[in-house]
Unconditional design. Structure first.
Length: 108
């Protein structure tokens, strides 16, 4: 995983072609890159992000933000009910409770 200007790149190896290739994984727009060495693929990743940002600027469009802070989760009814009850018992909103649970699970 690589990060540049809040964009996250995922890299894979194509052994047959002898290249490293990747994509930016935290936007819906397609941003790809490749290289034959770690240094090359890191450089290509940064250049692809910069090219994407420049392309958006030339078109007068805002680039897609890597994270908006919002996501929709669809849950089975019973799981939704249980989460809501736990949030209320903790005197928190459902959003606040889910945030706390995710932070506890995803600690770096």
């Amino acid at each position: 995983m690589m990060e540049y200007k809040s964009y996250i790149g995922k890299v894979e190896i194509d052994e047959e072609a002898g290249i490293l290739y990747g994509e930016v994984i935290n936007v819906r727009d397609v941003i790809t890159f490749e290289g034959t060495s770690v240094e090359e693929v890191q450089k290509a990743f940064r250049e692809s992000v910069d090219d994407y940002l420049e392309f958006c600027a030339q078109r007068g469009e805002a680039p897609e933000k890597p994270f908006s802070g919002k996501f929709v989760v669809r849950l089975p009814t019973e799981l939704h009910r249980k989460a809501y009850i736990q949030a209320k018992l903790a005197d928190k909103s459902l959003n606040g409770w889910v945030t706390d649970v995710l932070q506890a699970v995803l600690q770096d």
